[in-house]
Design a protein around this ligand. Sequence first.
Ligand SMILES: *[C@@H]1O[C@H](CO)[C@@H](O)[C@H](O)[C@H]1NC(C)=O
Ligand SMILES: *[C@@H]1O[C@H](CO)[C@@H](O)[C@H](O)[C@H]1NC(C)=O
Ligand SMILES: *[C@@H]1O[C@H](CO)[C@@H](O)[C@H](O)[C@H]1NC(C)=O
Length: 412
Amino acid sequence: MDSKTFHRPLLPVLVFSLLVVSSFCRPDKKIHPNNHTAAFRSENQLKKLKLIQADLNRINKLPVKTIQSPDGDFIDCVETHRQLAFDHPLLKGKKPLDPPERPYNQSHSGEVETEMFQLWSMSGESCPEGTVPIRRTTEEDMLRASSVQRFGRKASGDSPSKGHEYAVGFVSGGQYYGAQASMTVWKPRVNYPFEFSLSQIWLVSGTLPHDLNTIEAGWQVYPKMYGDNNTRFFTYWTSDAYQATGCYNLICPGFVQTNRRIAIGATIAPTSSYNGAQFSISLLVWKDPKHGDWWLEYGSGVVIGYWPAFLFTHLRSHATKTQFGGEVVNKRSWGFHTATEMGSGHFAGEGFRKAAYFRNMKVVNLDNRLIPLSDLEVWADNPNCYNIQPRNDRVWGNYFYYGGPGRNVNCP
Ligand SMILES: *[C@@H]1O[C@H](CO)[C@@H](O)[C@H](O)[C@H]1NC(C)=O
Ligand SMILES: *[C@@H]1O[C@H](CO)[C@@H](O)[C@H](O)[C@H]1NC(C)=O
Ligand SMILES: *[C@@H]1O[C@H](CO)[C@@H](O)[C@H](O)[C@H]1NC(C)=O
């Protein structure tokens, strides 16, 4: 957050300054010189906008090329070694790593997956070799955040506690060096901009409230974060229970992206439709047995990048819990349970093509081998609002349906 430490060529700074200054001069125009309330307010506003400008200049690196996505996103192709991660003191001057050995016994999920699962690249546009596509953070993104300081971060106070509801499957008590799953992608309704609905894989170690380490990847709908209701591919990490470290996507120095076809934080398209076509993504996170970094792969063999081991404390060795499933924020506005949906917005009992599911769930063991889950436990905070049903059959092995509509007669 230190705005003094950004290094950037002068030109884009100037362009940004002009843009930002021109837009934040607007509110000042009609203030009566004797109106101290307004003057005070606009001075605060000005301070905030200056902070935002400094942050944007730090976060957004000079692109080699920019692709405009139909959803309004700007996807900046940034030279790989200039991405924000390399502002981290421990990465300064370093080169992005090559992918390590992948886990053994990797099986295909049996579903058709392509690299073209994101809206921005559907027109055939792509980032040149040597660059990575990065969703540009805009002034509007920052203005929507409750505080500039906490932009892109989960609130530590209410992290996995008050107001968050889960329907998840998990394994714990072992030593996990990675996890894999295929999950259907949906576009659940999110009732208020400050609520979200997500489906993801968690790798967890440490404990709340101080030293929880997590690696998270999946899809989410989060209007306050992205300014729309689109389903987006996202990542998250923290090494202190969401307090001071970590962030979504590439918004803080941390995750190093190495792939030039997938943009983290960008819209996924298409999504599954009720009783219609089902679309899923398959994700694998695994720890490089040699260097200890945690790598992320999409589909079968599309390596996206890595979380350097030094970001973490407990996760420097291994995860003690691996979790899969959905999470929503329920702010209980006006005393009612939110009608924000989880998964497809339909309960687990509706089954295939109607409820969301996770399948092909595996964990990685110390020998860098993918192994099926032995004791999948399930948990739903409030099964009348969102539930989960584990299943097992010969074709899919272990899997589960999960989700729900939120507010309904049994979930007032
Ligand atoms: C002063 O400015 C504030 C904010 O723009 C406005 O609400 C208020 O009516 C103004 N007061 C006077 C006396 O003009
Ligand atoms: C994984 O691979 C090993 C050999 O490398 C084999 O012995 C084992 O049966 C395989 N396990 C599964 C679940 O495919
Ligand atoms: C997002 O969804 C909510 C709830 O359905 C709706 O009220 C809102 O207008 C939508 N926002 C956008 C930007 O589409």
